[in-house]
Design a protein around this ligand. Structure first.
Ligand code: TYD
Length: 200
């Protein structure tokens, strides 16, 4: 099973990945946790370029995220799924659909096409989208900001709208959760959804 967590910066997804990991450990269920961009040697190098480099044109940006993802699929995700492990990814293709497809204006369909090639058609089985609004995201992102986090409130608002749009496009796959709830409550909702799907 392949699970991803998505949402605006500061939505709490990294905490939820950690809580799910802790739960799977207690249940002695094998899992591999990873993050995007990153998760491989090349991916971490690309992360440095795309998050801490200078200005990058939109198609170059989406291509860098896609390259990091292609490497992650080949090196980490596919081998783990083949051995029957659960894979948990902190962000996956939906981040590109929303940040580059919607907020940068490249188009959801165009960015999806590029990504389906680079990931060999692989999409998560379940995606947990933690909804917070642009203002809460802004408040939770600290002083030290990467290149994406330095974007304007209008950009973040586009990301927020994009995620809601995506949840409507993929209702079977994307589980929408209120990211303003206490973290333990969200963690329970995640476990419940996975149990309901027969995965835990
Ligand atoms: P993230 O790892 O969540 O940031 P942090 O480690 O600081 O919490 O995500 C990095 C940033 O990259 C985030 O602002 C979203 C952006 N991003 C894209 O724009 N497109 C993508 O395809 C991915 C994976 C991330």
């Amino acid at each position: 099973m392949f699970i991803s967590f998505e949402g605006l910066d500061g939505c709490g997804k990294t905490t939820q990945v950690e809580l799910l990991e802790a739960y799977l450990e207690t249940k002695e269920i094998e899992f591999v946790a990873t993050r995007e961009p990153g998760g491989t040697v090349l991916g971490e190098q690309l992360r440095e370029i795309v998050l801490h480099g200078d200005k990058i044109s939109p198609w170059a940006e989406v291509a860098i995220f896609a390259a990091a993802r292609a490497e992650l699929v080949e090196e980490v995700v596919e081998p783990a799924l083949e051995r029957g492990a659960i894979v948990i990814s902190d962000r996956f293709v939906d981040s590109s659909l929303v940040y580059q497809g919607v907020a940068r204006g490249l188009g959801i369909e165009e960015v999806l096409q590029l990504n389906l090639h680079t990931t060999k058609g692989l999409l998560p089985d379940r995606t947990f989208l933690l909804l917070v609004d642009e203002k809460l995201s802004e408040a939770r992102v600290g002083e030290e900001r990467d290149r994406m986090e330095r974007e304007s409130a209008a950009f973040r608002r586009q990301v927020e709208i994009g995620y809601r749009q995506l949840a409507e496009m993929f209702p079977e796959r994307i589980v929408v959760l209120d990211g303003t709830q206490p973290r333990e409550l969200i963690a329970r909702q995640v476990r419940q959804a996975l149990e309901d799907a027969g995965q835990l």
